[in-house]
Design a protein around this ligand. Structure first.
Ligand SMILES: [Mg+2]
Length: 326
């Protein structure tokens, strides 16, 4: 029998694959939000939970000489906590699935676990179980469960006229990856920023609690990609200004495409109605977390348009450059 060649994962792309593996059945009533946001939102016996999982895989996300096992453990926790933060949750319980080559030292496994535990302890979260299996590469997969507000901020709440805001600074982690790929002994702020993603759990909770935001997502795959996800979920477009992006001098020097498409930022992106932007500015000062307005959601644009670019984007992101009126 002849078999039809199925499209490969690489050919389909992440968004298409995620759409294909979405469950084809109705979800039970205790699933308030299913696949398609930063976490699943479960409502169990009147209590709200958000639940996510993320993996760091050697050769795909990191090389073993880029950081210590302790730093890898911390990073694996923080990228999961970032998804919980995006839904304004408070991390509580973690399961850790570790796949490790036979030559990995026992003390390295212990250090990795300590890195996860120490980062989790900051949130009052604990490891409650896991699994260790032998694999060709080192891979750390964490599943994190967090307490959530009754109505967690979703990707789908942005409205035309809302400001597009991002926390912290963008592009440094991607620059760190670029430097480490060139030389695993690279040092400096960008490398540190890659090794230790920001901790935005408290900021995200404050943003949601004060009712200042209409939508939120964490920036894991690059500003353009993640903003496009908010736009699709909300049924709006967005216009951003490349000149307004919060970037370090190093990122500016290496090119603003690091901030637009580099990924690995783990900052928050949110939508803020105009009448609340002044209160956001004072909350941002109170929290000691910079929140920068980089553009506006709009009905006049399909997808994401970027103003003020000087031919810096890689070709594959070309389609993000033009906003079409519709
Ligand atoms: Mg996310």
């Amino acid at each position: 029998m002849k078999r039809r060649r199925a499209a490969s994962l690489g050919a389909l792309g992440e968004n298409e694959i995620l759409a294909r593996i979405a469950p084809g059945v109705a979800l039970p009533v205790d699933v308030a939000v299913g696949p398609g946001d930063d976490c699943a939102h479960l409502r169990l016996r009147g209590r709200d939970w958000v639940w996510t999982t993320d993996a760091l895989i050697e050769g795909t996300h990191f090389e073993r000489d880029w950081m210590t096992p302790y730093q890898l453990g911390r990073r694996a926790y923080l990228v999961n906590a970032s998804d919980i933060a995006a839904m304004a949750g408070r991390p509580r319980f973690a399961l850790v699935a570790l796949s490790a080559p036979a030559d990995l030292a026992g003390r390295d496994v212990a250090a990795l676990q300590r890195g996860i535990s120490a980062a989790a302890a900051r949130d009052g979260a604990v490891i409650v179980g896991g699994n260790l299996s032998r694999g060709r590469e080192l891979a750390v997969t964490i599943s994190l469960l967090g307490e959530a507000p009754r109505r967690p901020p979703l990707r789908s709440g942005a409205r035309a006229g809302d400001g597009v805001y991002v926390s912290g600074a963008l592009g440094d982690a991607a620059l760190g990856v670029r430097l480490l790929r060139g030389d695993a002994r690279a040092r400096g702020a960008a490398v540190r920023r890659f090794r230790e993603p920001p901790w935005r759990v408290a900021t995200a909770q404050a943003l949601a609690r004060t009712g200042l935001i209409t939508a939120m997502i964490d920036l894991s795959d690059g500003l353009l990609e993640d903003l496009a996800r908010v736009c699709r979920a909300s049924g709006v477009g967005a216009r951003i200004d490349a000149g307004a992006l919060p970037v370090s001098a190093a990122v500016r020097k290496h090119g603003v495409s690091l901030a637009l498409a580099g990924g690995e930022d783990y900052e928050l992106l949110c939508a803020v109605p105009p009448r609340k932007q002044e209160r956001l500015a004072s909350l941002s000062r109170e929290l000691g977390c910079p929140m920068t307005r980089i553009g506006v959601f709009s009905n006049a644009i399909e997808g994401v348009a970027v103003d003020g670019l000087r031919a810096e984007l890689p070709h594959s992101f070309e389609h993000f450059r033009r906003g079409t009126r519709g």
